[in-house]
Design a protein around this ligand. Structure first.
Ligand code: ADP
Ligand code: ASP
Ligand code: MG
Length: 468
């Protein structure tokens, strides 16, 4: 099928060094040279986002030496790649890289002087990863004789709320994006947009949450009414389980937006949990594709569920480092207000609630929450406390989930999961079924996650290629 506009997203691995960037650029060029208008969206070079976060923390705690060492490494990596991609020292792009690196150094020094790192400053600093990688992609595209122009997320029109670290696009973004990128595309220029980031009305840099470049790509695609979004990855596509954990994991040919959201929510790092949300109205398809094997179809993510007979479950996924918070006391007893006040507290704090279950005696509610949010959750719960409730936090847990549209209304699917876990002698701490009926999740011990994933994957026959 021929396309007129594609948004192509390249992740950190596809941007990790000059060779990877050159290969990524060649993929974009392959379609651009056939007359397809291509918008390129890039992640930071692999590891740079994590490094920037540690640099910011080091500066805040006063360890400027450590911050400077890590910054020198980032500088070296980008300057070396720029040179390898043909950027001459006196060229505009290389000068711009030097200026960006200098501004980054000053921002970090500011944090060090103030010993203060607000969510807003952290976003400013961490978004430099993508601001620095976009010019490199621009160089690589120019090296392939394409005209390219790189922009920050904000300059490309992505306007967000002020929720630093997890910003959401505002509706006005769509028109801005069309304004900012339409002219370039009409002029035959390939826009290269720094992913992961946007900008508030006041011009502050925001980030869309970890893995946010997937989300940038779909926001742009929806605004530009692209034919498709292609997320190039270091895996074949979305697979039946993390291939690093389950060696016989298979590629999934088709998934619905809903299924992919559940998968991402329950820990499959392959896409940002909100990545498909901008596409829901238009139904624009998203393809997850392998950069190493570009002709392989990968995974098609679309609006409709595509169920295969005998395959109620499509994938198994897990989130590690989860806390289970048990709320106990006579007060819980069947009183909806108690449960709703707990949820209210959790929602106000923007805490990810992975699972909720109530014991059959009704005097206990358990909540599963990422360890990183647990301290805030405990505090919020205590603040909202109704008398005589006790809160107890257990760390070192994990949530394992099975996901698939074919589970709806099917009997025996959960039983199969529980039996597989029992046979592997894995203790289940909590059970919950999502109201969407697209998932069943259980809380287990962190140490048993990999074994549990493999056992459940096998129990649903997911290691066999479809059709066998
Ligand atoms: P990118 O840099 O392109 O954003 P990520 O590293 O964020 O890519 O996501 C790809 C990684 O996600 C893979 O290397 C893989 O280990 C991991 N992953 C976890 N679960 C899955 C899954 N179900 N299917 C594919 N990849 C998965
Ligand atoms: N670089 C960012 C991250 O590591 C965004 C992304 O890669 O999508 O989270
Ligand atoms: Mg990612």
């Amino acid at each position: 099928m021929s396309h007129s506009l594609l948004v192509m997203k390249f992740g950190g691995t596809n941007m990790q060094d000059s060779a990877a960037i050159r290969h990524s650029a060649s993929l974009a060029a392959r379609w651009a040279q056939q007359g397809v208008r291509v918008v390129v969206v890039v992640s930071a070079m692999a590891g740079v986002t994590n490094s920037l976060l540690s640099i910011a923390d080091a500066a805040e705690t006063g360890d400027i030496a450590a911050a400077n060492d890590a910054l020198a490494e980032i500088r070296h990596r980008h300057m070396a790649a720029a040179g390898e991609l043909g950027g001459r020292p006196d060229s505009a792009t290389v000068r711009e890289l030097r200026e960006l690196l200098e501004t980054l150094r000053q921002a970090i020094y500011g944090v060090y002087l103030l010993r203060e790192l607000s969510p807003r400053s952290r976003d400013l600093i961490v978004a430099f990863g993508e601001r620095l990688s976009a010019p490199l992609m621009g160089l690589a595209l120019e090296g392939l004789d394409l005209r390219a122009h790189h922009l920050t997320g904000g300059a490309a029109g992505i306007l967000t709320d002020r929720h630093f670290g997890g910003a959401r696009p505002l509706p006005q973004s769509a028109e801005r994006i069309r304004d900012r990128l339409g002219g370039l595309l009409d002029a035959g220029v390939t826009p290269v947009v720094a992913g992961f980031m946007g900008e508030t009305e006041g011009g502050s840099v925001t980030t869309l949450g970890r893995g946010g470049t997937d989300y940038s790509a779909t926001i742009l695609a929806e605004a530009l009414r692209a034919d498709e979004v292609w997320a190039w990855k270091d895996v074949d596509g979305v697979m039946t389980a993390d291939p690093r954990v389950v060696p016989d994991a298979q590629n999934i040919e088709v998934l619905s937006y809903g299924e992919v959201m559940e998968l991402a929510y329950f820990g499959a790092k392959v896409l940002h949990p909100l990545a498909v949300t901008p596409l829901q109205d238009s139904g624009i398809p998203l393809r997850v594709k392998s950069a190493a094997d570009p002709d392989f179809p990968g995974t098609l993510v679309q609006r409709d569920t595509h169920n295969l007979p005998g395959r109620p479950v499509k994938a198994v996924t897990a989130i590690r480092n989860v806390s289970v918070i048990n709320v106990t006391g006579a007060g819980v007893l069947g009183v909806p207000e108690v449960v709703s006040s707990l949820f209210g507290a959790i929602a106000r704090e923007n805490i990810t609630l992975l699972m909720v279950s109530q014991s059959s005696s009704m005097s206990n509610v358990s909540l599963a929450i990422p360890d990183a949010d647990a301290a805030r959750a405990m505090e919020a719960l205590r603040q909202s406390a109704t008398d005589d409730l006790t809160y107890e936090q257990q760390t070192g847990k994990a949530v394992l989930a099975i996901v698939g549209g074919g589970m709806r209304g099917q009997l025996g699917v959960s039983a199969r999961m529980f039996t597989a876990l029992a046979e592997a002698q894995i203790n289940i701490l909590m059970i919950s079924q999502g109201s969407s009926e697209l998932n069943v999740s259980v809380a287990i011990e962190n140490s048993e996650v990999d074994e549990a994933t493999r056992a459940v994957h096998a129990a649903f026959g997911l290691g066999a290629p479809v059709g066998d």
